[in-house]
Design a protein around this ligand. Structure first.
Ligand SMILES: Nc1ncnc2c1ncn2[C@@H]1O[C@H](COP(=O)(O)OP(=O)(O)OP(=O)(O)O)[C@@H](O)[C@H]1O
Ligand SMILES: [Mg+2]
Length: 262
């Protein structure tokens, strides 16, 4: 049984076909990478899965039961955690308190005591490398640390499926390596992962499967190394300039927060 099944999902925004009949399945234990050019529909897809956006057509199933159009908090409580490409911390709270929110309102359904939620927070903050900054206010955090906080809050929900939207954007080489290690540890802990990334070393370094979106449609899907070699992918995703060079750049320039979709 697939953990997640996305069937013919479509979403329009005015004249833009953000998603046009996207179909794929995620199996337990996978690290499922989604790549594609800016505006390809990646975040919209995550929004549809997590209930933030209602698809116009198609069906999304979690262990065979439809979750299409379900409220985000209900989907979260089923065990689907997510991060936001535009980070969304609670600005008046510390790193630790922000993370504890995930524990309080995730799968435990509001039944966890605050002290227990803070203890959960401490555990996941160590996992994402924010342990020493647990008492900082979020306003003091750098962008990469805010992305780590997104991951921590999602993990504190104890999800079975974790959806990561460009959490490694803006990280340097060493930080990407640390983030990959974190993804591996999370996966070893039994969490299935769907991740959107522009960093190619992440896709080959940690993903067991890759799907390329282009103009809201699946362009290619399969083992990451094969997908990244596909000429259609090189041209669509990296542009003709890189297609001529015939090899992907290790780190395309990270987008600034200001340019990201909201
Ligand atoms: N709420 C919205 N209202 C109108 N248009 C939207 C909305 N959300 C997304 N779009 C449009 O849908 C298309 C897909 O956007 P989406 O954010 O899903 O792309 P993406 O693949 O995540 O891009 P990026 O790599 O830049 O994050 C884009 O053309 C975008 O402008
Ligand atoms: Mg996006």
């Amino acid at each position: 049984m697939s953990l997640l099944a996305v069937r013919e999902v479509s979403k329009r925004f005015g004249g833009v076909n953000a998603l046009a009949g996207v179909t794929f399945t995620v199996e337990p234990g996978q690290v499922f990478g989604i790549i594609g050019p800016n505006g390809a529909g990646k975040t919209t897809l995550l929004n549809c899965i997590s209930g933030l956006t209602r698809p116009d057509a198609g069906d999304i199933r979690w262990e065979e039961a439809s979750i299409t159009g379900m409220k985000p908090y209900r989907i979260a409580r089923l065990g689907i955690g997510r991060t936001f490409q535009i980070v969304r911390p609670f600005p008046s709270m510390t790193v630790r308190e922000n993370t504890a929110m995930g524990a309080l309102f995730g799968r435990t359904n509001g039944r966890l005591q605050p002290a227990a939620a803070l203890a959960e927070a401490d555990e996941v903050l160590d996992l994402v490398g924010l342990g020493e900054k647990r008492h900082h206010t979020v306003l003091r955090l750098t962008v990469p640390d805010r992305k780590r906080l997104e991951v921590a809050r999602a993990l504190a929900m104890r999800p079975r499926l974790l959806l990561l939207d460009e959490v490694m954007a803006g990280l340097n080489h060493v930080e990407v390596e640390q983030a990959l290690e974190m993804v591996r540890r999370v996966r070893e802990g039994g969490v299935t992962i769907v991740l959107i990334e522009h960093v190619m070393s992440v896709i080959v370094g940690v993903c067991t499967h890759a799907l390329v979106l282009n103009f809201g449609r699946t362009l290619v899907e399969g083992p990451p190394a094969e997908v990244l070699k596909d000429p259609r992918v090189i041209e669509a995703y990296l542009g003709e300039r890189y297609a001529r060079r015939q090899q992907p750049p290790p780190h395309p320039a990270p987008k600034s927060e200001a340019n990201e979709e909201g």
